[in-house]
Design a protein around this ligand. Structure first.
Ligand code: DQA
Length: 142
C-alpha cells in the first residue's frame, strides 16, 4: 500500500509553531514513528507553503497511490482550487487537522475541501495522521 501525506502552509514549522495548539513535535520526528508503526505501508511525505505545488502533488499521486492524507492548513478554509484538485483524481483523500478546528475561530469552521474528501479527522493532535492512515486502510480493503 502506498500513501501520500501532504502538509500545507506553515506546517513545516510544527514543533515550533504555536506548540500549545499543535504540540512540540516536528513532522520529521513524527514521520519516523509513523513509518515504524506501518512497516507494510510505503509512506511518502510532501510539504509546501505554495497552493499550486500542493495541487501538483495531488495530481501526481492521485491516480497511482492508494490514498492521500491531506492537511491543507489554512488553504482548507479558502481554496476552491484544492477542492477541484481533490475532485479531479481517483485516490481517496482524507482531510486531516491536528487541532479541533471547530473549537477555534469561526473562520476555521468552514472547510472548502471536506465535501470533496472521503472523510475528515480533526482534533487528535499528531495522532490525526495515524487515524487517517487507519481510515485509508479500511477504505482500500472494502
Ligand atoms: C490546521 C488547522 C488550520 O485551521 C490551520 O490554518 C493550520 C493547521 C490543523 O492541522 O489543525 O495551519 O490544519
Amino acid at each position: 500500500m502506498k500513501i501520500q501525506i501532504i502538509n500545507g502552509p506553515n506546517l513545516n514549522l510544527l514543533g515550533v509553531r504555536e506548540p500549545g495548539v499543535y504540540g512540540g513535535v516536528g513532522f520529521d520526528a513524527y514521520l519516523v514513528r509513523l513509518e515504524a508503526a506501518y512497516p507494510d505501508i510505503e509512506i511518502h511525505y510532501f510539504q509546501s507553503n505554495i497552493e499550486g505545488e500542493i495541487i501538483d502533488r495531488i495530481h501526481a499521486t492521485g491516480f497511482s497511490f492508494d490514498g492521500i492524507v491531506l492537511n491543507a492548513g489554512a488553504y482548507t478554509h479558502t481554496s476552491v482550487a484544492i477542492h477541484d484538485a481533490v475532485k479531479s483524481i481517483q485516490s481517496p483523500v482524507i482531510e486531516v487537522h491536528i487541532s479541533n478546528v471547530y473549537s477555534r475561530e469561526p473562520f476555521r469552521h468552514q472547510s472548502l475541501l471536506a465535501a470533496a474528501c472521503r472523510g475528515v479527522i480533526a482534533g487528535f493532535g499528531m495522532d490525526s495522521y495515524r487515524l487517517a492512515i487507519e481510515a485509508l486502510r479500511l477504505a482500500v480493503n472494502c
